[in-house]
Ligand binder design. Structure first.
Ligand code: URA
Length: 201
């Protein structure tokens, strides 16, 4: 097991032992999948029913679309790591509360600090607003929505950790939507361009 994989495993064990909100209401912890050494980390919102059943993020319809979208731009799960802002599924996929986001997101930040990706891509509104607010969950609602910020490179800092953020449309929102799929492909070219920049975070 590589160092990052080992450190991610430690975070997972920490979450398993923690008394997190939503834990009792869900079937499984949905921690993350992909390459622990990836240069891109994708961050979604929360598990849906399939993810909760399997304990793996993005395995349902949104996940299938994410796989297709990655393939379109010549990438696969080997190139990325995927996780969510919430580690357990909210019942009936309801929106997460402010306090749930506050308690779950320190683990997300730990995952990112282990992987140290060159780019973090927030998928959809919740994850995007969390990062744009610099991790200040109370300010999330003041942040712009995904439609105005997708594909834009933003340097943000959370707890001293510098993150290069590129928001993307959520794969669930763009199933069969031709114009948004085109936007997603263009935005991913920006992500790939950033990977080739010499300057590290
Ligand atoms: N949508 C998300 O945001 N995350 C998942 O893991 C699945 C669907």
């Amino acid at each position: 097991m590589g160092k990052n994989e080992e450190e991610l495993r430690q975070i997972e064990i920490e979450i398993i032992g923690a008394d997190l909100p939503l834990k009792e209401l869900s079937k499984n912890l949905v921690f993350g999948k992909g390459n622990p050494e990836a240069r891109i980390v994708f961050v979604g919102e929360a598990a849906g029913r399939n993810e909760d059943e399997q304990g793996i993020p993005f395995v349902g319809a949104a996940g299938k679309n994410l796989d297709n979208l990655l393939e379109k731009v010549g990438l696969s799960l080997e190139d990325i790591y995927v996780t969510n802002i919430l580690k357990y599924r909210p019942p009936e996929n309801r929106n997460p509360s402010i306090s749930e986001i506050k308690i779950h997101t320190p683990y997300l930040l730990k995952q990112i600090s282990v992987i140290k990706p060159k780019v973090v891509c927030s998928l959809g509104n919740y994850a995007t607003k969390f990062f744009l607010a610099g991790g200040d969950v109370d300010r999330m609602k003041e942040m712009p929505g995904i439609t105005s910020v997708h594909g834009k490179v933003k340097m943000i800092e959370i707890n001293g950790m510098k993150i290069k953020l590129i928001p993307l449309f959520h794969p669930a929102a763009i199933i069969y939507k031709r114009s948004l799929i085109d936007d997603w492909e263009k935005d991913m070219e920006i992500v790939k361009g950033e990977l080739n920049q010499k300057k590290l975070l």
